[in-house]
Each structure stands twice: as C-alpha cells, then as structure tokens.
Design a protein around this ligand. Structure first.
Ligand SMILES: [Fe+2]
Length: 203
C-alpha cells in the first residue's frame, strides 16, 4: 500500500494576508521599480515583472507557505526561488486569455517565450528570460500568488477549471504543477505578487 496525502488540495487561500495599505505600497513599488523585461509580446501575456527578491515581503510570504505546506501539500520545500511583482495591463487582457491555455510553473513558459520571426515562420526562445528567471523547472514546488487589487471585472486565477476569486490582500497557494491561467479582465490594471517555492525534485 502506498501512503496517501488525505489533506492535499489543489489550492489553499489565506485572506487578509496584506492590508489595503500594504497592497497599495507594493503596487506603487511595482509601478516605479525597474522592469525586468521589456519584450512587449511577453508583457502582453504575462504582465510586466519587477524583482522583489530583496524585499522583506518575500520572507513573510514564505512563512505562510511553510504552514500551508505542512497542513496540506507536504512537499519537500527548501526556500524561495523567486519573488516578483506583476503588472497585468487591462488593455492587453481585454482581448487575450478568455479561453487561454493552462500552464504549469515547472518548465519555462514556452507559449510566452516563443516568438515568430517577421516572415512568420521561424521560432526562437527568449534565452535572456530563461537565464534571468531560474525558477521554472522541476525543483519548483509551490506557487504563491498575492492579489494586490480587485478593482476590475474578472481576472480570476483559474486552477484547472476552477476560478479563484480575486480579493485584495488574499494569498493563494497552488502546487506549481497545477495547470493554471489568468482569466480575461476589464477595467483597471491587475497587480499581483508571484512567489515560487523550490525544493528537491519529486521522487
Ligand atoms: Fe504561472
């Protein structure tokens, strides 16, 4: 007989992880900090990224993830692989992602990275992105998303076919191998913190 994890969930949420003021401060940082990538095609699909790896919020997130992991997932986790602020633009998401593809955070987000050449035939990867963000591989165990605002329509985090409602200050933790996507949204831009928790590969 194999041991089962009866506590496993596809997603676990912790409301009021951040206060309204804390969310606003982080949104301000995302808006003003240097962008990590300026590839427009990438930003359209994944939002504009900023680095939060030197911000104390990273440890605060990891502390809650550790509790969620011992209650629910029971993965072998080591630490934070990366913490990023993401700014999704409403102007892009009005047209995109209504029924967009699911992705997992285990391997590079191929859909986002592949580009067509001018004549529409050749494809290549954005190697810079893969080198700079070394979080998408088989050592990525958990993904923690903190919603920083909810003043827009839609924008749910869909895990498989289950949409998770966006609520300011709410943290959602999912296994990084769970298929997920952001639903179409309209109105204001959407801001989140995305943190990737790593540990030895599954064995
Ligand atoms: Fe993702």
């Amino acid at each position: 007989m194999y041991k089962k994890n009866k506590d496993f969930k596809w997603a676990i949420a912790r409301d009021n992880f951040l206060t309204q003021n804390e969310c606003d401060e982080i949104i301000e940082k995302i808006k003003t900090q240097n962008k990590m990538f300026d590839n427009e095609d990438f930003i359209e699909r994944n939002g504009s990224w900023t680095d939060f790896n030197d911000d104390p919020i990273k440890d605060k997130i990891f502390n809650v993830v550790k509790i969620a992991n011992s209650m629910c997932f029971k993965f072998n986790i080591g630490g934070v692989g990366g913490c990023y602020g993401k700014h999704y633009f409403a102007k892009d998401f009005e047209d995109l992602c209504e029924n967009g593809p699911l992705h997992a955070d285990l391997s590079p987000e191929n859909n986002a990275l592949v580009q067509l050449s001018e004549d529409g035939t050749e494809e290549y990867r954005d190697e810079t992105f893969e080198k700079e963000i070394e979080v998408f591989d088989t050592t990525t165990k958990l993904t923690a998303i903190v919603f920083l605002n909810d003043d827009f329509e839609g924008g749910e985090l869909v895990v498989w076919d289950y949409p998770i409602k966006v609520k300011r200050g709410r943290m959602v933790i999912i296994p990084s191998f769970a298929g997920h996507r952001v639903k179409k949204f309209t109105g204001n831009d959407r801001f989140v913190l995305a943190t990737f928790i790593k540990g030895d590969y599954f064995k």
